[in-house]
Write a protein that binds this ligand. Sequence first.
Ligand code: PBG
Length: 325
Amino acid sequence: MLRRPRRNRKSAAIRELVQENNLALSDLIFPLFVMEGQGVKTEVTSMPGIYRFSQDLLLEEIRECVDLGLKTFALFPNLPEARKDKYATESLNPDGLYLQSVQAIKAQFPEISIMTDIAMDPYSSDGHDGIVEHGPQGLEILNDETLEVLGKMAVAQARAGADIVGPSDMMDGRIGYIRECLDEEGFTKVSIMAYTAKYASAFYGPFRDALDSAPRFGDKKTYQMNPANSREALIEAELDYLEGADFLMVKPALAYLDVIKLLSDNFNLPIAAYNVSGEYAMIKAAARNGWLDGDRAMLEALTAMKRAGAKIILTYFAKEIATKI
Ligand code: PBG
């Protein structure tokens, strides 16, 4: 045998020398949940180790993460039912929980990057990402009317100090519309992380528990993508690219590694993977039962996302990884 591939695996030193992909802390974005109150944190039952924090404790959490080397965070609000309505009005309240928290974080940590979320669901009494109306075919999620709300959210978040805005709603035309709204207000430096290929997935369950944001009726299949499709992701990516996106995201990650690869092969923008709540929950649950080695499964899953072509990974494991690598 002239070719013996095992030679390149014979020792840890050689294996590291030939390792093609490495996970770095600088690849990670840590999603965080903020809630009302003071001095309180509550664990998300389906996401062991992940908490909703009141603003004061959130700042302490970020301090710990920054000390561990994390630099970018994505923030989502958990709001009481009383603040939700049909038009997600609370999302535009400059004195409300979310925009206040963004402002407080940037005041205390000007050097870090905050990615905000643009979608109506955490503020919507219908639990949908857009405005719901009765149409000829029953209830419909309106596209163009929703864009107006999203544009205003983008500007309000930029004003609060967002470095990156993340439209996570899958409405058509949102990237271009939000880009124009931001630019008109002088926020040309605010980046857009396009949730390009976001699938109608069962893996979002624990996130909806965290925010109490599950749709009150129906599902999200008229706006999020069908898990059976990959070529359709190229249409979404092309539009997001042309409309001015700075990053293209695939979500979820693990069941969609082929889509990550497809976008990374076809577009030169940085590709992000969202290692979603259900993917976190699966590994945690199995590890808690002693059914698999949680640390190894976590690193293997995240490294696979990098191998598929993701430069950036949004993951609830970020803090844990920062303590371990
Ligand atoms: C909704 C949104 C969702 C997530 C991020 N933004 C869930 C959904 O579409 O219902 C899911 C994130 C996760 O599961 O970790 N705008």
